[in-house]
Design a protein around this ligand. Sequence first.
Ligand code: TXA
Ligand code: MG
Length: 321
Amino acid sequence: MTAPNRPYETRTFPYGTAAIAEAARLIAMGEPVAVSTETVYGLAADATDSAAVARIYAAKGRPSFNPLIVHVPDLAAAERIAVFDESSRALAKAFWPGPLTLVLPLRPDAGIAALVTAGLDTIALRVPAHRAMRALLAATGKPLAAPSANASNRISPTRAEHVLASLDGRIALVVDDGPTKAGVESTIVKDGAILRPGPITASELRAVLPDGSRADSALPASETAQVTAPGQLASHYAPIKTVRLNARQAEPDEWLIGFGAIAGDDTLSSSGNLVEAAARLFDALHQADSSPKARIAVAPVPRSGVGVAINDRLARAAHRG
Ligand code: TXA
Ligand code: MG
């Protein structure tokens, strides 16, 4: 007897010809399959098949507004789906195949199911290096949408057993190729900024970005990650008004929260003391919200010591859904 929430007898095949053939057969039928990548196990489905993509969301119990990463075999395939500029092409050439995801403008005629991008006009693309995912891409001939193969809000799987721990009975097949190498999800980059920190570091990215690309790429990753990647939102600290960060002076309609040499209407710490600034942060945001100005601007705060936490909270405050 099959309980409604466990509609599958989940099978685990070791990586090999038979496993990939069976995985490709299931994917052609619209069934998602768990497969190893170099970062974490992914739950892969044909990204051009909206019913198949819907089954990913169903298996994971994932909110449908959280967009998925699409895996492709090479840069040429990626360029048929998204629009690359000079910087993104440089990153792709340097780090693909590998644990880098690029968020790029989606080509409307790419044939990608709208559910994959959750209605955004951008798409997250990556060319994986791992033999199992690469073999599956080759066998299906399809772009494969694949989030981490775990139930929503559970830890990402780095072994087949982890996949089974949350998805047993919810998917048809796991292609087991042992523990993953990187162990954390791919670095996500959009417009030269890191949306999610990962195996490829900020300094590695910077080393290949052409001169004159976004200065924001100098940001340590973790401070922007939870803000700009949909589905990683945590806006508990968001004021009602919009917040502009790293402001050196106020626009006419802005209440400027200063720091150090930047005075503003208020200051986190006129002496540039980070401990004092942390203690004052939420109070300053509350005061800014109730000020006569329509918007809030905040001076740059160094990302050292407790400044990392300050910048994290400021980034959340600046998020607008
Ligand atoms: O290493 C990885 O990237 C793994 C393996 C399986 O490839 N995949 C993975 O996918 O971590 P997932 O779905 O767990 O994470 C997708 C992340 C989410 O944080 C989502 O918000 C972000 O990518 N994302 C997807 N499309 C986006 C877009 N258009 N703009 C911004 N962020 C996007
Ligand atoms: Mg995940």
